[in-house]
Design a protein around this ligand. Structure first.
Ligand SMILES: [Zn+2]
Length: 265
């Protein structure tokens, strides 16, 4: 029996919802908040279960297996995305563009190699196996990796310690969104920025392919953002949101934004 905890809306904390039954397989309940429109998993598994039984590297393998023969992308959208040039740019160059040679915290850092010199890498990772790999690598570069859940571990760093924070494919996994965003607000320098990339629940592709959309992953994706609900969530934590993938957004399975501290926040 899985250890799950019911929760209120991760954006506005309301409890009234309507179910998305077509996106709720097995015993997982995907719902939409009646107050703010946020879509989320209302019965996520506990951190303890996530750490061992649903560690990212394991559920990723399962997803690859069950999606065999399908990329979760309609052929029309695949060709349109090729025309729009939605190809992957070198990740290190991308982060350096914003964070230069600063101290950068990667929340949910996996094996820890996203942040490379001249940036100094710090990380947080819940999976024991990935954490030890990341910590070894980061210590060689002058930083380190904290072991634990993002919402707790982010408070162990100093206030104003980071020039940049990276949340790449992380926020969709986090049950305590406000706690991690408020912790990030504290740990970030006033002129720093946070890079956030999450699956785009508002994408045309999700509407076209429905339940087979690549953004659904049960039970480890617990938040399903549109640009509107992501912006609303971040505003409540004291951030302004700048959309990075402006033109391509409707055709992109991900939303990429930069968060900055609201002045006076
Ligand atoms: Zn809500």
């Amino acid at each position: 029996m899985l250890d799950t905890t019911p929760r209120s809306c991760p954006c506005c904390d309301a409890v009234e919802t309507t179910p998305w039954t077509q996106y709720s397989p097995d015993n997982w309940h995907i719902v939409r908040c009646a107050q703010c429109d946020m879509t989320y998993l209302s019965n996520p598994v506990t951190y303890e279960a996530l750490e061992e039984d649903f560690a990212w590297e394991k559920t990723y393998e399962v997803k690859k297996e069950t999606s065999k023969g399908s990329t979760g992308l309609s052929p029309g959208i695949r060709s349109l995305r090729q025309k729009l040039g939605l190809t992957h740019r070198n990740k290190h160059d991308k982060y350096r563009l914003w964070f230069q040679d600063g101290h950068v915290l990667d929340v949910g850092c996996g094996n820890g190699t996203r942040i490379a010199p001249p940036m100094t890498p710090y990380g947080i990772e819940l999976s024991k196996k990935l954490h030890s790999r990341a910590d070894r690598y980061m210590r060689k570069q002058g930083g380190y990796c904290a072991h634990g859940a993002g919402a707790q571990a982010i408070w162990t760093f100093d206030a104003g310690q980071f020039d940049g924070i990276v949340m790449h494919s992380y926020l969709e996994h986090e049950t305590d969104v406000m706690q991690v965003l408020e912790g990030a607000h504290r740990a970030l320098k006033d002129n720093g920025a946070i890079y956030v990339r999450v699956p785009n629940f508002g994408s045309i592709n999700r509407r076209v392919v429905g339940a087979k959309w690549c953004g659904f992953r049960y039970p480890d994706h617990v938040n399903y953002y549109t640009l509107a609900t992501l912006t609303d969530t971040c505003r409540r934590a004291g951030f302004t949101t700048e959309l990075v993938n402006k033109i391509a957004l409707p055709f992109d399975d991900n939303i990429t934004v930069l968060l900055r501290k609201e002045s006076g926040a």
